[in-house]
Design a protein around this ligand. Structure first.
Ligand code: ZN
Length: 148
């Protein structure tokens, strides 16, 4: 049985940061691991499902409609372990470029007062948001990415 690429990463030594996790050169799809919480500290520092959902909406909105790479986004989604996000693109970017884009996306989150796409008709669970807690935590993520 094959092991998915992400299961082969040793999460015991994984630091927060942006990683190009998979490069499918043949089909032109690139998978980035946007790790915002150190996995060994996840038992007390993982983001909440409400924050993850909030950040997912903000990230998707920013990356797909406002970022310099908006036409290159295949998918944006949260990690089930609540320690980060996946971004898939059609174009290969350096980790450093993707980190800069992520920092801009996080800064965008600090500037908004309403979660994009959060109406009942726009989302699968419009009650699962927490913009206030997200905005309190975002500066920590910006610092982590800038330190990487
Ligand atoms: Zn939603």
């Amino acid at each position: 049985m094959e092991t998915p690429t992400s299961f082969k990463v040793n999460h015991l030594i994984l630091e927060p940061g942006v990683y190009l996790r998979d490069a499918d050169e043949q089909r032109g799809v690139y998978t980035y691991d946007i790790r915002l919480v150190k996995p060994t500290l996840a038992y007390r520092e993982a983001i909440t499902p409400q924050m993850s959902h909030t950040m997912e909406h903000c990230l998707a909105h920013f990356l797909r409609t406002m970022s310099a790479i908006q036409s290159e986004i295949v998918y944006v989604g949260p990690m089930g372990c609540l320690t980060g996000f996946y971004i898939l693109t059609y174009t290969k970017y350096t980790e450093s470029k993707m980190r800069d884009i992520m920092v801009t996306a996080l800064e965008y989150m600090l500037s908004i007062d309403e979660v994009p796409g959060a109406k009942a008709e726009e989302c699968g669970n419009y009650t699962l948001f927490d913009l206030e807690s997200t905005k309190r935590r975002v500066p920590e993520f910006i610092l982590l990415l800038k330190k990487q």
